[in-house]
Design a protein around this ligand. Structure first.
Ligand code: NZQ
Ligand code: ZN
Length: 411
């Protein structure tokens, strides 16, 4: 188990009715004016936005609004938000929504003190001014991306066909209000895509280059087992509070770096190779109508089948902890196979099980279901290389040719 420093400063206010407390919480943190950011309208329709604004009014927190954030958010609206936050002298950016809205809020927060174009920060042409960025708070309405406690922020630039992450410890929101009842209105597809994304956040860390880290492995696989139990229940009965609550909290744990502790990590503290995310982000950058989790449902099993041989022990551990799958004992059970074939069989069954879980929730199996064809692959590889360099990955380094083969294997 490697050494680590772990600091998640986010205050979580979790449970029924907590959305009505956001004003008091922000006032207690000393805030007097919030820029309230939200998406394409779900929070207007469900009444969540009204409840937030009422709560702010009651607590005496002034507010301005910026709606219209789309899934796979674009930098244009971030620029508008930077201007609005400056004009209204906001002292906190409050996201009411999911990963797209929270990431937009995070980008606005770092854009406010920067004189140039906020996209420069994503292109690493300028550094984030940690001392003058605005704090971010959120009211989460869809558990998925884990942005409510993550150090990441992912924004697209349509003009450049790029989708880029900007990681910074200071991105972690200072407050996350998590009311599972707000997620009762989620369509099954979004619930499923969110759960898939959470599983991916756990698995990207699990299948890095580190060997066993038992306590972290158990936390990771326990979260996945819990998601496997709760996701079908939430889809079957969207108002199953306990299922919704478990999914919501699991999504936070999946991406607040807990599941990477003790593993090999990059200087930014992030463990794992994040190959599937790199491959998926190109899909949703080129076609923003692709839901991130749905793209991962296709890419992740394809990546696993391509690389598992570089570290079969990890896949056997995962198979055992999540599905109770073990290689048959070829000697004891008098099976006509080699031990290597038994391992391969156990790993491939494990990967099939993971994929079956995603598909049973309603996620796609192939890229064609997302409208991606062979003709799209060269453009995906071009921006992938631009974003990540000529090779990606950790447990097994992948060239652009490997990446092409992975895309082709799931067309
Ligand atoms: O826009 P509205 O109308 O609000 O509808 C949203 C949107 O269409 C809808 N929705 C949200 N809450 C709802 C609801 N519909 C009904 N009832 C509710 N309570 O759900 C749709 C998806 O919302 P979005 O915010 O896009 O989902 P998600 O949380 O999955 O965020 C995806 C974005 O986060 C990025 C992804 O790449 C993508 O851009 N990620 C961010 C990460 C991070 N910051 O740490 C890590 C992830 O790996 C990911 O890359
Ligand atoms: Zn993700």
């Amino acid at each position: 188990m490697n050494d680590f420093t772990y600091h998640v400063p986010t205050k979580f206010v979790f449970g029924r009715g907590t959305v009505d407390e956001v004003g008091d919480e922000l006032a207690a943190l000393g805030h007097t004016c919030a820029l309230v950011v939200y998406g394409k309208g779900s929070v207007v329709r469900t009444g969540a936005l009204d409840r937030v604004l009422t709560s702010l009014d009651r607590a005496g927190v002034r507010h301005a609004q910026l709606g219209g954030v789309r899934p796979n958010p674009e930098v244009g609206l971030v620029r508008d938000g930077v201007a609005a936050a400056r004009a209204d002298e906001a002292d906190v950016v409050l996201a009411v929504g999911g990963g797209s809205v929270i990431d937009t809020a995070k980008a606005i927060a770092v854009g406010v003190p920067y004189e140039g174009d906020v996209w420069d920060l994503f292109m690493k042409k300028a550094a984030v001014d940690e001392d003058h960025k605005l704090p971010v708070a959120c009211v989460l309405t869809i558990p998925a991306a884990g942005s409510e406690a993550s150090a990441s922020c992912v924004i697209s630039n349509d003009e450049l066909s790029l989708k880029r992450g900007l990681s910074s410890e200071s991105h972690r929101p200072e407050l996350a209000v998590m009311d599972p009842e707000l997620t009762f209105t989620l369509p099954a597809y979004q619930t499923a895509a969110g759960v898939t994304d959470m599983c991916a956040h756990i698995m990207e860390r699990f299948f890095g280059s580190t060997g066993p880290v038992p306590v972290t492995d158990e936390i990771a696989c326990g979260l996945i087992r819990s998601l496997m139990e709760c996701a079908p229940a939430a889809i079957e009965n969207p108002e199953d509070y306990d299922a919704r609550a478990s999914i919501m909290w699991a999504g936070t744990q999946a991406h607040n770096d807990l599941c990477g502790l003790g593993r090999n990590a990059k200087p930014n503290g992030r463990a794992g190779g994040w190959e599937s995310h790199a491959l998926e982000h190109e899909l949703s950058a080129h076609d923003p109508s692709i839901t991130h989790g749905a793209g991962l449902a296709v890419i992740m099993p394809a990546w696993m089948r391509y690389v598992w041989r570089s570290n079969p022990e990890r896949w056997l551990t995962f198979g055992k902890l999540v599905f109770d799958i073990e290689p048959v004992d070829v000697v004891e059970d008098c099976i006509d196979a080699t031990p290597e074939e038994a391992v391969e069989d156990a790993v491939l069954v494990t990967i099939d099980e993971i994929q079956a879980f995603f598909c049973d929730l309603g996620m796609p199996r192939r890229l064609s279901e997302l409208g991606v064809t062979a003709a799209d692959i060269p453009a995906l590889l071009q921006t992938l290389e631009q974003n990540k360099g000529p090779e990606i990955g950790e447990a097994q380094r992948l060239t652009m040719d490997d990446c092409r083969k992975i895309y082709e294997s799931c067309l």
